[in-house]
Design a protein around this ligand. Structure first.
Ligand code: ASP
Length: 582
């Protein structure tokens, strides 16, 4: 028997018990006549003692050969520890060892297996299995498991059933590129890995499985941005005979339950905001509402004076940065440089200091008097002591730039508190989105999302104004979930494909199975998917999803541990009928 107890289990009440433990050598201390070893496993650390007086000599000699991370098995008795360690749960006892077996030797690890390690990110990723022995990574994985269990239990209680859908499928159009898999048995043909189980879950609704969920891997071959993984996990859900309100209620319930259960924080009704409002007030469809700094549009009060920059702008918009009036000239210049960085892209920034005595000092005093500036303060909600930062230009761009500045200032001022939770539903997304590259409308969500019935007549005349029955759940500035009510009749689906520029033949070739299914009694249905990695990271009080994935890929989409992607044998290529012309 390898172990009677784990390394985190024994207490003073176990004194005098004969036990067997197995684990890894965290560290050894050799005093010559006495050797102490910290033995570690998933559950904790237990101190072993090898004492010349009480332990057989051969065992003491063997203990002297132990190195870090050796895997060992011991037998011995639990005794009271002389110098107790109140930092660990097993700190009142130690094991007086009588038998020692080395199960496996270990090379010296390339970094220390401690909470604060000396290993950098790259080396830890290459030896991720060693990294997983460290508490911070191990605890994140345990936490992920717990969140997964809570989700499963909650949804199961609500009558949802988990159904697996295939990974080798035909392309699902979610807006990214597919990863493809060549088929050996069907020359020249490929499977695609699912970007999501979207079409399958809709077919499950046609199949009568009216409440489906799945914690499922999805694959998207996107250009990698920081903290995006080419394969990631979703909590994917679909329900039949529901309207938007039903879906929001259930998944608001799930989110509230998780925040309460895991964080002990009670949240009442989640606020809602339309997409248009979110964009106007925060410049962003996933606003962090833990802090204010709402946008104030200044066109009316700032245009038609002599300031050409503003007169030429489509939008003049500002935010009030709390306490910013005390910034020095140098600090403000730095802020201006910050908004001018290519990643943000503003051409410049106008500022107004709202002095404590009620007066204003701005960078455009030549064009605006105190009355003008006091109107700006009113519109941006600035108080005495604040700094109003104003950007101008093309509406869409300026909103993005000011949103970036708002988030940056929120961060700098410590307003994005990790232990505060502010969920928000963003509803009424546009159905279609103009794509500059292809010069065509694309489905903003996906082509199965239903337009708001009242907006259907606009499809021909003002397609960009048609709103969808689509919603996102935003938590602390992150989109953690998104979904929609689907189209469930063949005619509307055809109309959609038509507007997205699919010919009837293309639509039939790609989605014939779905259009067919809609002819056999498709119920009204809708659903949502949560980004599980991100949700777990946020609930864990962190923003990096990589820390919550056992074997993540790096920022270039590589697994540096197994060294993938990699080339394959010529033989394998031949079998797959793939000719590489390199
Ligand atoms: N399939 C969608 C996504 O992955 C979610 C949904 O509409 O349910 O974003």
């Amino acid at each position: 028997m390898y172990r009677t107890h784990s390394c985190g289990e024994l207490r003073a009440s176990d004194i005098n018990k004969e036990v067997a433990l197995s684990g890894w050598v965290q560290k050894t201390r050799d005093k010559g006549f006495m050797i102490w070893v910290d033995l570690r496993d998933r559950y904790g650390i237990t101190q072993l003692i090898f004492d010349e007086k009480r332990t057989p000599v051969a065992v003491v000699e063997k203990a002297k050969t132990l190195g870090r991370e050796y895997v060992i098995h011991i037998k011995g008795s639990v005794i009271e520890r002389e110098s107790k360690n109140s930092n660990i749960p097993t700190g009142t006892i130690e094991i007086l060892v009588t038998e020692l077996q080395v199960l496996n030797e270990a090379l010296v690890p390339p970094f220390t297996i401690e909470d604060q390690t000396d290993g950098g990110e790259d080396i830890r990723m290459k030896y991720r299995y060693l990294d997983i022995r460290r508490n911070p990574v191990k605890n994140n994985l345990l936490f992920r498991h717990q969140v997964g269990m809570k989700v499963r239990n909650y949804l199961s209680e609500e009558g949802f059933i988990e159904i697996e859908t295939p990974y080798l499928i035909k392309s699902t159009p979610e807006g990214a590129r597919d990863f493809v898999v060549p088929s050996r048995m069907n020359e020249g043909q490929f499977y695609a890995l699912p970007q999501s189980p979207q079409t399958f879950k809709q077919l499950l609704m046609v199949g009568g499985m009216d409440k489906y969920f799945q914690i499922v891997k999805c694959f998207r071959d996107e250009d990698l941005r920081a903290d995006r993984q080419p394969e990631f996990t979703q909590i994917d859900c679909e329900m039949a005979f529901v309207e938007q309100e039903d879906i929001l209620t259930i998944f608001e319930g799930l989110t509230r339950h998780l925040i309460k259960d895991i964080k002990g924080i009670a949240i009442h009704d989640f606020p809602r905001m339309t997409y248009d409002q979110a964009i106007k007030i925060y410049g962003n469809d996933k606003p962090d509402i833990r802090f204010g700094m709402k946008f104030g549009e200044l066109n009316k009060v700032a245009q038609h004076k002599d300031f050409k920059v503003f007169n030429d702008a489509e939008l003049v918009v500002g935010i009030a940065v709390p306490g910013g009036a005390s910034y020095t000239r140098k600090e403000i210049d730095k802020l201006i440089d910050w908004v001018k960085r290519p990643q943000v892209g503003a051409l410049g920034m106008v500022y107004v200091k709202c002095n404590e005595d009620g007066s204003f000092k701005s960078s455009v005093d030549k064009f605006y008097d105190q009355d003008d500036l006091s109107q700006w303060a009113e519109i941006t909600g600035a108080n005495a002591g604040d700094l109003i930062c104003v950007l101008s230009g093309q509406t869409h761009k300026v909103r993005g730039q000011l949103s970036a500045l708002r988030m940056e200032m929120g961060e700098r001022l410590g307003l994005r508190k990790p232990e505060e939770f502010a969920p928000l539903w963003v509803v009424d997304f546009p159905l279609l989105e103009w794509d500059e590259d292809t010069e065509r409308y694309h489905a903003m969500h996906h082509p199965f999302t239903s337009p708001k019935p009242g907006d259907i007549p606009l499809l021909n005349s003002r397609p960009g104004d048609v709103r969808a029955n689509a919603y996102d759940l935003v938590l602390n500035g992150n989109e953690i979930g998104g979904g929609s009510i689907r189209i469930h009749d063949k005619e509307t689906q055809k109309l959609m494909f038509d507007h997205l520029g699919f010919t009837p033949e293309e639509a039939k070739a790609q989605f014939g199975f779905l259009l067919d299914a809609f002819q056999y009694g498709a119920p009204p249905h809708g659903g949502i998917a949560f980004g599980f990695d991100r949700l777990v990271a946020i609930l864990g009080g962190q923003e990096t999803i990589r820390d919550f994935i056992a074997f993540p890929k790096n920022n270039s989409g590589r697994d540096v541990m197994i060294d993938a992607p990699a080339t394959i044998d010529t033989e394998q290529l031949k079998e797959l009928n793939i000719k590489l012309d390199l």
